[in-house]
Ligand binder design. Structure first.
Ligand code: AMP
Ligand code: MG
Length: 499
């Protein structure tokens, strides 16, 4: 007879959000699932959080990751929040299918939420069932980890567990639970929740909580809440610029999906664009293209103005002065975004020096890509090889353009500009290869691994894709198929929400 070994699992919880007043959340327990099975554990992240991967993979650990068991020190809560969904005000949303188990301090000293997503019914579930479907769980796992590997702030996936249960959507689909790790799950919508209720005390407590957690410097400022707003504006400007620079389209930039800590959060119908078209939309629910690629900076700006509005009671006694503070903070977004974007696009083009018309040069390339159906990621990656005085290595990049001569015309201007730089070709090319990824989580690849997992319970393609995406800047000849754009018959035009 074999005895199944269970070790006692220690989560070094140090919960702060659960100390806030009761109206910030609902205390609850996850709902158990029938037959939990570990799909993948992010061992490196586990260790970083001070957790033991081996015990987390044991039956007892998997029971925790599935919500069948609550670890010692956890205080499961569903957080309250509101939000604007596609511009429409919804006074109460909240964690309808997620619960925060607690917080740990990671090896770098950063406080991290550990949350189960898909763990069952909560008081915020409204008409939902509190469950998550395997496909979207894998999508969030893949895209979130790919984002982290690109060096872009994001929530992380600690684990994915299959529940052994079916979830009823338009059809019956396999269920799963994702364990998500975030600097915090406080959203613009969390502030909206209390602002809409006129609960100034809660607003202040929430603002103090996030300042202490994410922006402690703000306490030293004359108006800490103004400093908080400035810092959130700055982080979002940086984040959205980074999305634009890798062609990422979030898909549902509702205010409840915008993190105060400045991380990419709530991966739903998100995707990376293949060929460059600024109006690209993948989400099946985004009929008007509100969250199209090119709209993302403007939407972030709008969401931040909503945040600013919620902070008005904290920005000054005098309403007029408070509005002026808020306005000034929000008005800084476009310039901050522009600076972050320009810095990034210069690096992508191999430029170190700053020249007045660099933005035009970059825009010229993008326009040319749009007109010639050129692949976003590969164009920049192959530009690294071409980055020399001679046109000798232009073949790879120019063949991505429907009319290669259009690229040649642009490249003349680019080479003139490169002539201004002090770097030698080798130095410049290797610097460019560190900012222009070769592997992104391309939609057709993501769909394929999800299909294998959900239809044939085959997780090997998923694991292989995760391995490739972990090192997005290191080109390996045997992985070439992961770098290529979809063939016409592989193109995925629509992505679907997790719900
Ligand atoms: P999302 O589209 O994932 O950002 O979710 C928007 C809102 O709907 C949030 O309040 C979620 O908690 C809630 N929600 C999404 N899916 C479900 C579900 N299956 N059951 C309950 N609530 C859900
Ligand atoms: Mg959400």
């Amino acid at each position: 007879m074999t005895v199944q070994e269970t070790r006692s699992i220690h989560f070094p919880f140090d919960n702060s959000y659960a100390r806030l007043p009761d109206r910030f959340f609902a205390k609850l327990k996850p709902s158990p699932v029938r037959a939990p099975q570990l799909i993948r554990l992010n061992e490196e992240l586990a260790r970083h959080l001070g957790l033991d991967p081996e015990s987390l993979s044991s039956p007892e650990g998997v029971a925790i990751l599935a919500g069948n068991r609550v670890p010692e020190g956890a205080e499961p809560i569903a957080m309250a929040y509101a939000g604007h969904q596609f511009g429409h005000w919804v006074p109460q949303l909240g964690d309808g299918r997620a619960m925060l188990l607690g917080e740990v301090i990671d090896r770098s000293g950063v406080r991290r939420d550990i949350q189960l997503k898909g763990s069952g019914y909560t008081p915020f579930s409204r008409s939902g069932d509190g469950r998550a479907v395997l496909g979207p769980v894998l999508r969030e796992y893949i895209l979130g980890e790919a984002m982290a590997a690109l060096g872009i702030p994001t929530t992380r996936a600690l684990a994915a567990v299959a529940t052994g249960e079916q979830v009823a959507r338009e059809e019956l689909l396999p269920g799963a639970v994702l364990t998500r790790v975030a600097q915090s799950h406080v959203r613009v919508g969390t502030f909206q929740f209390f602002a809409a209720r006129g609960d100034e005390e809660a607003l202040r407590l929430l603002a103090d909580h996030v300042i202490e957690r994410h922006y402690p410097d703000a306490f030293r400022s004359d108006i800490p809440y103004r400093a908080l707003l400035d810092k959130v504006v700055a982080r979002q400007a940086q984040l959205i610029a980074q999305w634009q620079l890798v062609g990422f389209i979030h898909g549902v930039m509702n205010t409840d999906n915008m993190s105060i800590a400045g991380e990419t959060i709530d991966y739903g119908p998100c995707a990376y664009m293949d060929s460059y078209h600024p109006d690209t939309v993948y989400s099946s629910i985004d009929h008007m293209g509100r969250y199209a690629y090119s709209n993302q900076p403007g939407i972030a700006h709008w969401n931040l103005s909503v945040l600013a509005q919620t902070l008005l009671p904290l920005l000054g006694e005098d309403e007029e002065a408070a509005v002026a503070e808020a306005q000034e903070a929000i008005n800084a977004f476009p310039e901050k975004f522009k600076v972050a974007y320009l810095t990034g696009i210069r690096a992508k083009l191999g430029l170190v020096k700053e020249r007045e018309d660099d933005a035009d040069l970059a825009q010229g390339l993008l326009n040319c890509m749009g007109e010639n159906n050129a692949d976003f990621t590969l164009t920049f990656r192959r530009l690294c090889d071409a980055s020399a005085a001679s046109t000798e290595n232009d073949r790879g990049v120019r063949e991505l353009f429907a009319d290669p001569a259009a690229f040649d015309d642009w490249a003349v201007k680019w080479r003139q500009r490169l002539g201004d730089e002090d770097s030698n070709d080798d130095m410049r090319q290797s610097a460019m290869r560190m900012v222009n990824p070769v592997y992104i989580a391309r939609n057709h690849l993501v769909e394929k691994v999800i299909k294998a997992a959900t239809e044939a319970a085959d997780f090997t393609p998923f694991d292989q894709l995760m391995t490739v995406l972990a090192l997005p800047f290191e080109e390996k000849p045997e992985q070439v198929r992961y770098s290529l754009p979809p063939e016409p018959e592989q193109v995925v035009l629509q992505t679907f929400c997790g719900t």
